[in-house]
Ligand binder design. Structure first.
Ligand SMILES: NC(=O)C1=CN([C@@H]2O[C@H](COP(=O)(O)OP(=O)(O)OC[C@H]3O[C@@H](n4cnc5c(N)ncnc54)[C@H](OP(=O)(O)O)[C@@H]3O)[C@@H](O)[C@H]2O)[C@@H](O)CC1
Ligand SMILES: Nc1ncnc2c1ncn2[C@@H]1O[C@H](COP(=O)(O)OP(=O)(O)O)[C@@H](O)[C@H]1O
Ligand SMILES: [K+]
Length: 572
């Protein structure tokens, strides 16, 4: 399991450790781990070209000391000091002593030289800001972040990609204005007002190493799954990329980034939530954790791995029968949307329950039976309900929802069921012993409106953790908020980020498949939060398997791949 801690928790743990260690020891531990990862990525260290982007705080200090270690092993190291007067003094002296070259941002011609160095580097180390960062990158860091994204160098972020919010994963929008001016003293200039934007185009696995079957990224020399930079379009900048060193072209086309896009992030002591949640997770690339001896308290966010899910997945006992394994009642589909019922039942049959009972209009039941003859049709006893996929919002749907919410068993509410729930308000869940709500961002907006809170889809997408927690507390239910990073929050404060998935899951009916899996797991007796964590994980993995080699998949392919996902998890 990956555990993430807030900046406040990291600072407290760091202070406790620093009180009993000699000065500078923590930074040396961090720098040693960082240099070791960089050396592994470079493969051959002597003769390699390493460029350090050095900001004004300890994040820059880490980069300088790691640069010192690489210089001593034969790398050519160039440090670009973005705030020369405030660069880490001891780190600077150490790098100088090891033969590193220092380039202060207030030197004439700095920007053009800096871009040329970044363009020719094998590895760029991003030590601009770490957990002390606030808002968008300031000039000239923003321009150098863009240069790093264009270059063929591997970009390694120190602790976290500069510019992402460590606690939320939000990436600030660029400040308003036609072109961004950059000056030598730019990093000391006032910061931009933060405002989140969605992450850009690259498809990555989110949390590196979580995957036994990594996505098809070209492998770097030393770290399996890490990308060797070769494809400019991966960073969405190739079409506009100006010639290296052409500062005018850079400013003329507004080529600046509000955050660094890393291939690899080396983070210290513990994961930061922003590394596990998009858009930050996408900017972080593959994340490596370097232990520095911190002992932080309970995490604010967790991300499951195969073994965690394997421990939770139900296994039938020797003398189980289908009722003991759990029966899911699926209240889904309508004459208008019969497919949702067919998809959800198909997935539910692969979700570990003993039986799936379909409850709904007769013609839909016939369609379900035609596709899945093993489904029971009609009312009967169940251990959990899943209600809402393709249900419609008319009077019949309302009556069905009311019956389910009164049945005294755990209930998963999805899609149209959520629209109706938002109208009814949280009191509608009063008699449900364990509710699981599975909104996408648009449905989350409606649910928040049901609590009297106005927001937008963009705000939900930028603040996924806060939104899920707010809904969980407001409705007294577990909430699985779907999206490029699916996050899960229960009403007692437990929060998870799902590390599996692929943008190929953005296909019609994919949410119905998730409903089927999660509903079945709920019926087996898992706690709603555990059912949600397992279902999201399996769904993401199944999506990856169904779209292997970049072949688009349909939602029914995702359901069909669920047993393979299950098997892969179990093998762990
Ligand atoms: N915690 C631990 O256990 C350990 C922590 N360690 C390391 O320390 C790091 C934290 O160091 P830190 O506290 O010095 O802050 P840091 O991230 O360098 O940034 C602060 C500076 O950045 C500036 N700045 C802010 N926003 C900006 C922006 N948008 N764009 C540009 N600049 C911006 C800000 O300037 P100001 O706002 O004051 O003008 C200030 O000067 C941590 O991430 C890890 O790497 C390890 O060494 C060992 C163990
Ligand atoms: N860009 C993306 N990356 C990864 N997963 C995604 C992405 N977009 C959507 N998904 C996943 O696909 C599913 C879509 O569900 P939903 O929005 O309910 O679709 P539908 O209503 O068509 O079934 C969710 O599990 C969501 O997390
Ligand atoms: K950084």
């Amino acid at each position: 399991m990956r555990e993430a801690h807030s900046v406040e928790q990291v600072r407290a743990a760091e202070a406790a450790l620093m009180a009993v260690l000699p000065g500078g020891a923590l930074m040396q531990r961090a720098a040693a781990g960082l240099a070791a990862t960089c050396a592994g990525l470079l493969g051959r260290v002597p003769g390699s070209r390493v460029v350090l982007l050095v900001g004004s705080g300890d994040n820059g200090g880490d980069a300088l000391f790691a640069g010192e270690r690489l210089a001593r092993r034969g790398s050519r190291v160039d440090a670009l000091l973005l705030a020369p007067k405030r660069a880490h003094t001891a780190g600077l002296a150490a790098l100088r002593a090891a033969g590193g070259r220092i380039h202060p941002a207030d030197a004439p011609g700095f920007l053009a030289d800096a871009q040329a160095l970044v363009g020719g580097a094998d590895l760029v180390l991003d030590g601009i800001v770490g957990i002390g960062g606030r808002g968008a990158l300031r000039p000239p860091a923003d321009v150098l972040a863009a240069a790093a994204a264009r270059s063929r160098a591997l970009v390694v972020a120190v602790d976290l990609p500069s510019g992402i919010d460590a606690d939320t994963g939000a990436v600030a929008a660029p400040p308003p204005g036609p072109d961004r001016a950059a000056g030598p003293a730019g990093l000391d200039a006032p910061g931009a007002a933060p405002g989140p934007v969605a992450g850009a185009a690259e498809a990555v696995e989110g949390v590196g190493g979580a995957w036994h079957e990594a996505p098809p990224r070209p492998a770097g020399p030393g770290l399996p799954g890490a990308a060797a930079r070769g494809d400019l379009t991966a960073h969405g900048t190739a079409a506009q990329a100006p010639a290296e060193g052409d500062a005018h072209a850079v400013f003329g086309t507004g080529m600046a980034l509000t955050a660094v896009r890393a291939d690899v992030t080396v983070t210290f002591g513990t994961y930061k939530p922003g590394l596990l949640v998009d858009p930050g997770a996408e900017y972080a690339g593959v994340v490596e954790l370097v232990g520095i001896g911190l002992t932080p308290p309970a995490p604010v966010l967790r991300a499951a791995q195969h073994a965690d899910v394997a421990r939770l997945l139900p296994v039938p006992a020797r003398e189980s029968d289908k009722y003991a394994r759990g029966v899911l009642g699926l209240v889904a589909g309508s004459e208008r949307y019969p497919g949702a019922a067919v998809l959800a039942t198909g997935a539910a049959l692969r979700g570990g329950a003993g039986a799936v009972r379909y409850v709904g209009p007769r013609p839909v039941g016939d369609a379900v039976l035609a596709a899945h003859p093993e489904v029971l049709v009609g009312d009967g006893r169940v251990q959990a309900y899943a209600v809402g996929a393709g249900l419609d919002t008319g009077s019949e749907a309302r009556a069905r929802l009311a019956t389910v919410l009164d049945a005294g068993v755990p209930v998963l509410v999805d899609a149209d069921g959520l629209t109706l729930l938002a109208e009814l308000g949280k009191s509608a869940l009063a008699r449900v012993p364990g509710a699981l709500l599975t909104p996408h961002a648009g449905e989350a907006v409606r649910l928040l409106a049901g609590l009297g809170l106005a927001t937008t889809r963009a705000d939900v997408e930028a603040e996924r953790l806060a939104t899920a927690a707010e809904l969980a507390a407001g409705y007294g239910a577990t909430v699985l908020l779907k999206g490029s990073t699916t996050v899960i929050a229960d009403p007692y404060g437990e929060t998870w980020a799902n590390p599996t998935g692929t943008p190929y899951l953005a296909t019609a009916g994919s949410g119905d498949v998730l409903t089927g899996l999660a509903g079945a797991l709920l019926a087996t007796g898992l706690r709603p939060v555990d059912a949600a964590v397992c279902a999201a994980y399996l769904h993401g993995l199944a999506g990856r398997l169904a779209s292997a080699d970049g072949v688009p998949c349909a939602a029914s392919d995702v359901a069909a791949a669920a047993p393979r996902a299950w098997a892969e998890v179990r093998r762990a």
